[in-house]
Design a protein around this ligand. Sequence first.
Ligand code: SF4
Length: 450
Amino acid sequence: MTAIHILKDRENQIHETGKAPFNMACDKHSLSGSVSQRACVFCGSRVVLYPIADAVHLVHGPIGCAAYTWDIRGALSSGPELHRLSFSTDLREKDVIFGGEEKLYRTLTALIDTYSPKAAFVYSTCIVGIIGDDVEAVLRRVQKEKNIPVLAVHSEGFKGTKKDGYRAACEALFKLIGKGDASAVGKYAINILGEFNIGGEAWIIKNYYRKMGIDVVSVMTGDGRVEEVMKSHGAKLNVVQCSGSMTHLAKMMEEKYGIPYIRVSYFGIEDMSKALYDVAEFFSDNSHILEKTKTMVKEEVEAVYPELLSIRKALSGKKGAIYVGGAFKAFSLIKALKMIGMDVVLVGSQTGSEEDYAILKDMCDDGTVIVDDANPLELSKYIIEKKADLFIGGVKERPIAYKMGIGFCDHNHERKTPLAGYEGMLNFAREVYYTVTSPVWQFAPRNVVN
Ligand code: SF4
């Protein structure tokens, strides 16, 4: 294989640590023709709101938008599973010419009559933005007739980046918050924001907090329920895990309800422990919480540490590449890979900010490539050049890894295995170990650059 060249206009979104001065461009629209790995605005909204399991999620647009995001996350529910269905108004040529408002009204009312949801989210897609349907007017009418919250998600795919989709989802959620009765919410109560219960992770995290003596009012949105979101303004602290998607909501709640927020990560031993201690510290008026936290962390770490050490021995010196949605997850993954003895040679994200990339630069060893809003060619180039043994990403990165003949770990929303918390760290380490050391790679020789 000959050397892979990157597009000239993409050069300022790629940086190799230790080389030229750090001046990363980010937070901008994807370059036309670059075939970005990034998802659209609508997809950004859909992944945030998807796990609310007792709401109808109606995609107002052509069937392709709904198919693209059908059952998009491995987000589990302990009760209803309405979120796993993909409803669409299936707009066609005639609707594009004459408007889709009537079709939206008919579809939405039929869905509410059939499923009796606690709320309905209606996502606007590209074509709706182009033909100019008055979605809000239709939703006001339906809300009045059906007497449930009916919320517009303004997520026309073309109008920005995936981050704008997160923002639209936060704004829809914010309209629900405050509508419920929070009088029974206790003194030591939190909301978990940006945790989506992939493979049951929210249940693991909630269990830790329960052991500490902390109540979780609402998880947004993993195993989410409309009524819990509606009373979430009663919590005393918002704990934000996926900061890229939920910081906007945390800021709005701070402004309106005076609820402070902290940023945490539940991936890796170090960050998981810090997340628990940070919450314990917030409720420092109750020393029992800190005591319980110390005991629990000690027990949890002792349970997984011996196996992590033996995996570390086997993986020592192997090289990992990371490409994820939000940069905050990348921070934890770097620490987690280092803990199991691996070096990070490539790290990138779809939606990182200037501040995120500065932190990444400080965390990485010299020679690590940092990339914003990458495309498959760039990822392939650096995987080959840096001789990575492992690629961590999502569904769109998996084929790249396999074509390059290296191991892959899904750390995105499609997976079914929990990777958060202490047991999640062990699952992660095992998965990395199995894929990196798999004998299958002898039959898939690695690509090399001449
Ligand atoms: S909203 Fe637009 S960009 Fe997103 S899937 Fe639909 S058509 Fe594609």
